[in-house]
Design a protein around this ligand. Structure first.
Ligand SMILES: [Zn+2]
Length: 397
């Protein structure tokens, strides 16, 4: 290592191993065009070990770049609106449907890359069939692009599943090393029939396909499973009468709603959790649900801004962390999350979870995201190349 060492102190240092540490630092040296990490650790210790090092500009966080583990890029031309969930669905998602597609996805990917995210988990709407081939064949970011599947009618489960198998075969041929891998996203616990859930989970397990599922986003999801009533049950009945007249909730679920049933216990009973899916949102859960998810070894993506904007509740992060469940962060779409910048999400997570040790948020944004997407964070340790991307931008929180 050449003599011109610089010691960069940070309020939080995450080397990619263990937990982030407070008052950390990295010492970097070597030629300007290829700076190398000489040491990383406790700032005071490193100041004693490297008294000759120049003092670098302090950072709030030094860490590998974070991962945006859940987005809907094809909704990037939507206009953001913070509305209660049951107004947001018709007034934003449905009303803006013509804005959904490849042009938005391209703009969205540009925003994700510009934000400095290391990898991406993106759910792709089947109504925009040109988005997945483009994501898999032509983009330069790592992570997973999930083919979304919606079909609540068990009578068409086999047919839909056959189409998914054919799509997966065709799309997997487009995967490239270093690019996005293909995954599957059964849309939500109640928008895919029990029969199709089982078929998709089995298939994903056999084929090693990563899974993401929206679960327990709004409080009314608990009512739907417990009693078949409430605003979600009403809006779901309206949707189903339009697409599959006469279909009942009991037929969709393959059983009657019941006091013992939650979206999580329902998915567990179908064997879906055995495929170790990533569960998105998980805001409205019971203590038992948290235990079930921990036992299954499933992981969770939280989208704090989206949940707050749609008035869905607050993710019980401390309880999930205490149960040892891997948590990652995602922006969701711009329609509910406002931006695709994962650093905005991290800032919001710190604001919305003042009770939480910020080290957990940093670790989740990096390690949690990489674990979920099957990618790997670089390490900040002796001998590794230094990157300015390790200095996280400071956002208002
Ligand atoms: Zn989503």
């Amino acid at each position: 290592m050449s003599g011109d060492l610089t010691l960069i102190p940070a309020d939080l240092l995450y080397t990619g191993m263990g937990l982030p540490i407070r008052n950390g630092a990295v010492v970097v040296g070597g030629p300007a065009e290829a700076r190398t990490i000489a040491a990383a650790g406790d700032a005071d210790t490193l100041r004693r070990q490297y008294p000759q090092a120049a003092a670098g500009r302090p950072a709030a966080v030094l860490a590998p770049p974070p991962v945006n583990a859940h987005a809907h890029l094809d909704m990037s031309d939507y206009v953001f609106q913070a509305l209660p969930y049951f107004r947001w669905i018709p007034e934003v998602v449905v009303a803006g449907r013509q804005a959904r597609g490849l042009a938005g996805a391209k703009r969205g990917l540009q925003a994700v890359v510009q934000s400095g995210a290391a990898a991406l988990g993106d759910i792709v709407w089947p109504g925009a069939p040109d988005v997945l081939p483009w994501l898999l064949a032509e983009t330069e970011i790592g992570g997973v692009a999930y083919l979304e599947v919606l079909d609540p009618n068990p009578a068409t489960a086999e047919q839909t599943f056959g189409q998914v198998v054919a799509d997966v075969k065709r799309l997997r041929a487009l995967e490239r090393p270093g690019g996005l891998r293909l995954g599957l996203s059964p849309h939500a616990a109640h928008t895919v029939s029990h029969k199709l859930h089982r078929l998709l989970a089995d298939f994903a397990r056999r084929e090693g396909l990563p899974l993401q599922i929206h679960v327990a986003e709004h409080p009314s999801e608990l009512d739907l499973f417990a009693s078949g009533s409430g605003p979600l049950a009403e809006s779901f009945a309206r949707l189903v009468q339009f697409t599959s007249p006469g279909l009942t909730l009991g037929e969709v679920l393959g059983r009657a709603p019941g006091a013992d049933l939650t979206p999580v216990s329902y998915l567990a009973s179908l064997g879906v959790l055995d495929a170790r899916p990533t569960l998105i949102h998980m805001v409205n859960v019971t203590d038992e649900d948290i235990r079930t998810v921990a036992q299954a070894g499933a992981s969770v993506v939280t989208c704090p801004r989206s949940n707050a904007n749609l008035q869905c509740g607050t993710f019980r992060w401390t309880d999930f962390a205490a149960a040892g469940i891997e948590v990652a962060l995602g922006t969701d779409s711009v329609a509910s999350g406002e931006t695709l910048d994962i650093f905005d999400e991290i800032a919001a997570a710190r604001r919305l979870h003042p009770e939480l040790d910020p080290r957990l948020i940093v670790r989740a944004a990096v390690k949690g995201g990489h674990r979920m997407l099957g990618s790997r964070a670089p390490f900040l340790r002796r001998g590794e190349p230094w990157s300015e991307r390790y200095r996280w931008p400071e956002k208002e929180n």
